[in-house]
Design a protein around this ligand. Structure first.
Ligand SMILES: *[C@@H]1O[C@H](CO)[C@@H](O)[C@H](O)[C@H]1NC(C)=O
Ligand SMILES: *[C@@H]1O[C@H](CO)[C@@H](O)[C@H](O)[C@H]1NC(C)=O
Length: 323
């Protein structure tokens, strides 16, 4: 075996293994085509952040998005002193919508562990939360680790709790784990790594392979078989939730929000953040240089599917993108 994670197979894993057919690649996003397959969200922040999401044109012109270091760069403005209404940032989502599959993201850098930042790599379906949300990377402020979380409408529960997201959406079901290099500065210190998320009718499972460890060779060979990877960091499965009913047609998102319903709400409870400004908005407005490291550098995102997986292609005209 080419990797060092401890194997903790359970009978459930064996069951899932027996049911699986091989994966074939469906979409591969990287420095050659990322901005044709992803579109920019430039509306108001649904989580009420102090953020001004840019259009593709604006982001490109301001060098907040483009290709850098052979990867895809998505950043936050680190120049404007006291921007009105929010600091410029980026949020992109796939035009295609995926139902089930294996999502493998190779990420070299993510937004730093900085007061005010709320960074996420996640997916969701239309009519939130009816078609579900899968949070693969998500954290705020000075976090150095994050949790895998699902949000759904009523009637979906796993061992980790009820995934139902009423009201402000803060509820959900999260899987605690012992990995320590999942987010922010801790992730960047090791050059990032590969996040793999598998979504089948039976389970949603997560793995993280740090850059400094050995990676499963079948990932580089583009013939991934999660059943050879050892125990996932988190598994959501069982009779309490029909995954097929609660998760459907997801667009995949990378975004860097600032303040808002999570980062802003807990800003004051972090003593280091609280000592620098009286509100999250004030801090973000007054300290542009602190957001220099609040960027994503994405080597690739590859989506694999088996029979029964589905992808709906958006018919809109691809945008040209150079930066
Ligand atoms: C980059 O994406 C293109 C288009 O999907 C694909 O043909 C190519 O193999 C990818 N490159 C790598 C290194 O994965
Ligand atoms: C992330 O930081 C917030 C405070 O800003 C804290 O409430 C939360 O527990 C932290 N989470 C992790 C996983 O460190």
């Amino acid at each position: 075996m080419a990797f060092t994670k401890v194997l903790r197979f359970t009978s459930l894993c064996a069951l899932v293994a027996a049911a699986q057919a091989a994966y074939s690649i469906r979409d591969s996003y990287n420095k050659t085509n990322f901005f044709q397959g992803f579109e920019f969200y430039s509306g108001p922040d649904p989580t009420q952040g102090f953020v001004n999401y840019q259009t593709a044109f604006e982001a490109n012109a301001a060098s907040l998005a483009g290709y850098a270091n052979d990867a895809v760069y998505l950043g936050v403005d680190s120049g404007a002193p006291n921007p009105v209404g929010g600091r410029a940032s980026t949020r992109v989502n796939t035009k295609n919508k995926y139902t089930k599959g294996l999502f493998i993201a190779d990420i070299a850098h993510m937004p730093s562990s900085t007061c005010g930042v709320w960074a996420a790599y996640w997916s969701f379906g239309d009519g939130w939360p009816g078609n579900g949300e899968i949070d693969i990377i998500e954290g705020v402020n000075r976090n150095r680790s994050s949790t895998y979380t699902l949000h759904t409408s009523e009637g979906c529960s796993f061992q980790q709790g009820d995934c139902n997201s009423p009201g402000d959406g803060t509820q959900g079901c999260s899987n605690p784990h012992d990995e320590t290099q999942l987010y922010g500065d801790a992730f960047n210190e090791i050059g990032g790594g590969i996040y793999a998320t598998e979504w089948t009718s039976q389970a949603i499972r997560f793995w993280f392979f740090p850059r400094t460890g050995a990676m499963p060779q079948d990932i580089a060979a583009e013939s991934p078989n999660p059943n050879t990877w050892g125990a996932p960091a988190a598994t959501f499965s069982g009779p309490g939730c029909s995954i097929d009913q609660h998760f459907k047609e997801h667009q995949i998102v990378f975004n860097t929000a600032l303040c808002g319903q999570w980062a802003g709400r807990v800003f004051g409870s972090d003593p280091v953040c609280a000592s620098q400004a009286s509100t999250c908005e004030e801090f973000v407005a007054a300290n542009p240089e602190r957001f220099r490291e609040a960027y994503w550098l994405i080597n690739s995102l590859k989506i694999y599917q088996q029979d029964g997986g589905n992808m709906v292609r958006d018919a809109s005209v691809p945008k040209q993108f150079k930066a």
